[in-house]
Each structure stands twice: as C-alpha cells, then as structure tokens.
Design a protein around this ligand. Structure first.
Ligand code: GLC
Length: 722
C-alpha cells in the first residue's frame, strides 16, 4: 500500500536531503507510477497526455519553448496524483539557438576553456526556454571518417576526447544542477559506437577489452568521474556480442561499480526495442528484462518498459528492487535539478539571453579558433582587404544551411552568416566581389563552371568554398567515399586553370581525401561546419584579422583505402618504410594526407630548451617537462604545443606515440614563453596482459611538436621500479 496524500510530504520539503525525499516519494508510488518515470516520449500528443495524467511519463524530448514546457509541466505537476515533474530533454549538441561549430570543430580549437564556455552558453539558452537535459556531449572516439557521426565528437584521440568531454559536461552542468542556467549532461553513446565496422552507422562493434578500455571508455570516464555527468545514454550498437543497451558489464560493472556513477542511463531512441532485432530478445518483455537488468533506467521512445515491465514485476521475472533502483536514480536527478521546487520557467529569461551579443561574439570566437590552416604555399594567405576584385565561388559559398551542421537544435538559417556575406562585410568598399555557385554539392552538372571560370578570370583571387551538405554528416550519414561529393573537385580545377590564385575553404563534417587539392591548390582552410558566425570567422582568417591556430583532431587519409588510419598506431614487427617487405601499400604512400594535430599559422614558432626533470621517476612519481616557444614572426598567433609520449618497451605492444598533454598559447610577435607539462603515472598507465591498468618501469620517449608528425624536440625519461 502506498501512503495517502498528506499536506506537506517529505518529498516536497526542499529543506530535506535529496535521498530522504527520494525514499519518501518512492514509498508513495505505485508500480505503474514507478515504471512511468522510466518512460520517455518525443513530442506531446493526446496519447501522451492520457499517460501523463496517470503519472506514467517521466520525460519528454523535443518539447521546447517556455509556453509548451510550462503547459505540459502543469499537467504533470498539478493533474497527476503525486505531481512528479517531468524532465525535458533535447539534443543541444553545439548550441541551442546560438549555434557554435560542430563538436569536431570545437575539438579543433584544442581550447577546453573556450569549449566549456560554448557549452555553458548553450545550456543557458536552452534552460531559459524550459530544457533541463541535453543529450550531449557525444564522446565517441572515431577512427573511421566514413562514419557520419565523427562530426559530433572530438575525433580519434582518447586524451583530447577526454579533455573535451570533461569541459563540455562542466559547461553544460555548471557548478550546481539546480541553477537556472544549467542543464544536466548526457555523454553518449555508451559505448564504442564509433567502432562500427566499415564506418557504417549502427553496425557491429567488436573490439578487444584492451581497445575498449584504452580507446573508447576514457572519454566517458572523464565525463562521468571527472566531469560529474548526471546521465549517460546507452548506444545502439552490438558490442562484442552483447548490445550496448543490454550490456551489464559496461552499464553496471564498469559504469557503476568501477566508476561510481550515481545518475541514470537513458537508452538511445528505441535501443531497448531493437534488442529484438539484435536477436538477444524474442519479445518486448524479454527486451525490457535484458535492458533494465543490464542498467538501462529509462526507455527513450521505445514504449517497451511501459508495455511490459509491470507484468514482468508481477510475474516475478523482474524484481521490484530493480525498478526501484532505476526510479531512484531518475528521481535523484530531478531533485538535484530543482524540478520539484521550481518546475516552471519564467518567460522573461529567454528574451534576455537568446542570441544576445555576448553569445554571438562567443560563437565567432569559437568559429575562428576552430579553423585549421591546412596549407599556405607562398603565403598566399592572408589576403588584403583592398583588392580590386575577389571571386567567391562554390556551392557552399552562400549556403545558409550547412554551417549549422547536422544537429542544429533550434538554430535558424536566417541567423547564419555565409562566407560570401562575411567576405562582402570584410573587404573595402572599392573591392568588387564576384559570386558564382559553380555547381551543386552533389550531382554531375557542370553548366555553372563557365560562369565560375569567368568570375575567377575577372578577379585577383578566388575563394572556392566546397565540401559536404550537413545531411552527409551526423546520424545515418555514413559515406563509402571521402572524396568531395559531386563535381566539386572539377570545379576547383576549373577555377585553378584560369590562373587566378585559389583559396580553398572546406565546409564538411569529416576528414576528406582531398589529395588533388592538397597537391595543386596553394591555400586550404578547414572550416568544418562553423556555426552561425561562419562567414565572419572565415573572412577574419582569410583576410588576416585572425591568425588561425586550429589543429586537426582527426587524421586526413589520402584515400578511403587507407582507413582506418590514425596517429596512435602500433609499430608492428615491420613498420612501414621504403622497403618492400614492410607494412605499406604498393600503390600509395602509407602516410596520411594531413596528420593528427596538424595546423599552420601565419607566423612561425621556434621550440627550444627542452627540460625533463627529474630524469627518472618512481612508478607513483611525476615528471615536469618544460620547453620554450618563441613567436619568430611578425604576427600575433596561437600555437598548440603538443606533448606525445612513447612507452618504448612494455609487456604489451604500445602505440608509437600518444598525446598526453597540449596547451594552446597566444604569443605576441617576438614573444617567448615557457610551456610546462606535468606527467604522472596516470599518463603512463596501460592495460596489461592481465587486463589490469599498470605502469611499468622502463624508458619513455618524449616528443614535443606542432603536430603528431611535426616533432620539434625529443628527449626521454626513465620510470624506475618502485
Ligand atoms: C538519436 C541519436 C541520439 C539522439 C537521440 C535523441 O537516434 O542517436 O544521439 O540524442 O536519438 O534525438
């Protein structure tokens, strides 16, 4: 029996500790109401309203706006028996209405403080209109750029991915979840979703325990343990034979027992129901049992828990304690968010924060920082703003949609500044700006080439903006080719053949195998999908108001045939070389087109004076690594100083290099600064032969560089036996 409604129950008393309020409320709930908390639906309709009045819905996603969220919340709070408030979720991936660069672009800044700021702005805007929960950050490591969702994460490296995961969670959640300007984060997709075979979305993942622990789990651990994420989303994929949304080993043994996660797990969209398609459940009830006992607390849009869990409990096939534990986790977050105490949103807040100047300025700052200068032969860039004429060409030159990327939340196309608009705003009033689309992003039509060539001939320089449309990235957007789609490469060739110098600007969501451009085009910028301030950011970089300092968070292959290709690879017994009988291709160099960590500047940086102190450390000790960096050019600029280590001999083969530190530092012309890293045993650990984390004595090579391949200083230190 559950207690009758008393006047001021403990769960409504905000002076009581959260755990007491959870216990009191749980004790009052029927099994149907408990299961209701474990059910999430998308949008709001009559069916949902009927369930809600019975207290059988815990959350909605895609219900947005002050009016809508307050209306639906009012039904939950005032017209259901216990008045348990809803938690409203939304995909606020890289902005709510002020849209920032896609996460792969944010990672290209190598600036966690800036990225954290972007997340805090996104949270502030989303919370001001009634969203409590973002299904972000996406922290899946991706080594296969055919996978469209590489756009949503921080790239191929566990260390960079972990730093970004922590920064994003802290940005979304702020210092206290009950603050009005914060939302609870949801690192996703747990786990190893990026390891899909063939780079094909939703495909099978089968990785070793060592790769799982050293590559795919670290960013989730950083998000949950270091960042304090309040929720986690379980993934679609099969993981070593047990789907991620039915995998008790990852969802409970690792996430909860090893890491101490106390929040709740929501499945990805109908991932519970899809356990039947995976073939590990024959019925919806079996799917529900598999998922809830593995550790999935909330069923996103599957309607499986709603339809089967109460009978499973009545039949004793699922214990009520299992349900209680899931509900406890969900209620705990709702209490921490302050939803019981402040369930409604005041309309004024949204008007104060959404798309305000501070936010737009931040979007511009992040977009500038995210741009990577891939090539700048003959210092063609930066351009002068007082040129007589400039041509802006390409299917993405004046595109308002692509810069928003595949998860644009509530971003409006009308707020997007295109490259053409940015260039026009930047150049002098005497400069003639000529525009030609040239071709579509896809398709074979070249009828626009003639006009493009004419405009290029009539200009002193041509900016050609090519890449992908945003639907070629994100979910269910895997490509079998990494080439520029359609006839865009031919367009670049056509423009280059006019003899007018070309600046190629890429707008895309994955590494592209632009080998021809890399060989023939003098200047190439990687802009990713840069958000609503795209045009201003590109123009600031092209015309030198901002000196680019971004670095690649992913390797660019020469061709898709090299995939998977990533920087932190093993040495093998026959490392690639010019020798025939080594790990190489007959028909292609084995090196990437552009390496992980690559990015140029309009100035140059000199590295010197490497100090490694002490020269050796105990297993539980620490090493300080310092060096001097000097800006030897005449422009202010940022340099991302990167620290790579190599465990030269170990009981398990180790990567030839691993990123273990980085700092993005700003230098005035001529300025020299000392950059310091501290390396501890946490940075040296790896999964040993017994699958336990260990640090072994031995020699560690130190590589400091401007990219994973552009190593400027080397040294080493010893780890002594303890
Ligand atoms: C989608 C995506 C996930 C997203 C969720 C809600 O299927 O996989 O990333 O957060 O559904 O939109």
């Amino acid at each position: 029996m559950h207690r009758q409604k008393d006047v001021n129950p403990v769960y409504r008393d905000l002076s009581q500790p959260v755990e007491k309020r959870v216990d009191d409320l749980l004790a009052r709930m029927t099994i149907e109401e408990k299961i209701g908390q474990m059910c999430q639906y998308s949008g709001f309709n009559e069916k949902h309203e009927a369930l809600l009045r019975k207290g059988r819905v815990g959350s909605f996603l895609n219900v947005t706006g002050v009016e809508n969220t307050n209306k639906v919340q009012k039904i939950a709070v005032e017209q259901s028996r216990l008045g348990i408030p809803l938690i409203f979720g939304l995909d606020v991936i890289h902005g709510y209405k002020t849209i920032f660069p896609i996460p792969l672009g944010l990672a290209s800044t190598w600036d966690p403080d800036a990225v954290k700021k972007a997340a805090s702005i996104a949270a502030k805007e989303a919370a001001s209109e009634g969203t409590h929960w973002t299904f972000a950050p996406m922290v899946d490591i991706a080594r296969d750029p055919r996978w469209g969702r590489i756009a949503e994460g921080a790239g191929e490296d566990p260390y960079l991915g972990s730093v970004m995961a922590k920064a994003l969670v802290e940005g979304f959640q702020g210092a206290n979840l009950s603050h009005l300007d914060t939302v609870v984060a949801c690192p996703k997709h747990y786990v190893a979703y990026g390891g899909a075979e063939g780079g094909r979305d939703y495909n099978t993942v089968d990785v070793s325990e060592r790769v799982l622990r050293e590559v795919y789990l670290p960013p989730f651990k950083a998000a949950v343990v270091d960042g304090g994420a309040g929720t986690v989303m379980s993934a679609f994929n099969d993981l070593n034979g047990i789907p991620a949304s039915a995998n008790r080993y990852t969802l409970t043994n690792i996430l909860r027992e090893e890491w101490g996660f106390e929040g709740f797990v929501v499945s990805d969209w109908n991932a519970v129901g899809e356990l039947m398609s995976h073939g590990i459940a024959g019925t919806p009830a079996e799917a529900a049992k598999e998922a809830v006992e593995a550790g999935v607390d909330m069923d996103m849009c599957g309607d499986i828990y709603q339809k089967t869990l109460d009978q499973l409990v009545r039949e004793g096939k699922v214990s009520e304690e299992t349900v209680d534990e899931a509900v406890r986790r969900i209620l705990r977050i709702k209490f921490k968010l302050g939803l019981f105490d402040n369930p409604f949103i005041s309309p004024e807040r949204a008007g104060e924060v959404i798309l305000c100047k501070e936010h737009l300025d931040a979007a511009l700052e992040l977009a500038r920082k995210s741009i990577v200068l891939l090539k700048n032969e003959g210092n063609l860039l930066p351009l002068k703003t007082n040129l007589d004429s400039i041509a802006v060409i390409g299917p993405l030159a004046d595109d308002h949609e692509a810069p928003l990327g595949p998860w644009a939340c509530l971003g409006d196309l009308e707020n997007v500044v295109t490259v053409l608009e940015g260039v026009k705003a930047k150049v002098s009033s005497n400069t003639k700006v000529l525009y030609a689309k040239g071709c579509e992003i896809e398709g074979t039509g070249t009828e626009g080439f003639e006009e493009a060539a004419e405009k290029a001939k009539a200009a002193e320089v041509a900016i050609v903006v090519v890449g992908e449309n945003r639907d070629m990235s994100g979910e269910a957007a895997s490509r079998s080719s990494l080439d520029l789609p359609g006839v865009q490469e031919e367009l670049v060739k056509t423009v280059l053949d006019t003899g007018t110098p070309v600046v190629e600007v890429l707008m895309n969501g994955r590494p592209l195998s632009i080998s021809w451009s890399a060989e023939h085009v003098p200047a190439i910028l990687e802009a990713w999908f840069p958000g609503i301030q795209a045009g201003y950011a590109v123009a600031d970089v092209v015309f030198g108001e901002y000196n680019p300092g971004g670095k690649l968070p992913v390797t660019f292959p020469r061709t898709v045939g090299q995939v998977p290709i990533y920087y932190n690879h093993k040495n093998t017994g026959r490392p690639p070389s010019s020798e025939r009988f080594t790990s190489r291709y007959l028909d292609l160099p084995y090196t990437p087109l552009f390496p992980f960590g690559h990015g140029l500047s309009y100035t140059q940086f000199e590295y010197s004076n490497l100090r490694i102190e002490p020269a050796s450390m105990k297993v539980d000790g620490a090493i300080k690594i310092s060096l001097d960096v000097k800006n030897v050019g005449d422009r202010k600029g940022d340099e991302v100083v990167q620290l790579y280590l190599r465990d030269v001999v170990a009981s398990v083969t180790r990567p030839v290099q691993e990123l273990k530190g980085f700092k993005r530092v700003t230098f005035e012309p001529g300025e020299k600064k000392t950059v310091t890293f501290t390396v501890s045993s946490r940075d040296l650990a790896f999964v040993g032969r017994d699958l336990k984390w260990i640090v072994e004595p031995g020699t560690f090579k130190v590589m400091i560089g401007s990219s994973s391949q552009d190593i400027r200083l080397t040294g080493s230190f010893e780890v002594e036996p303890s």
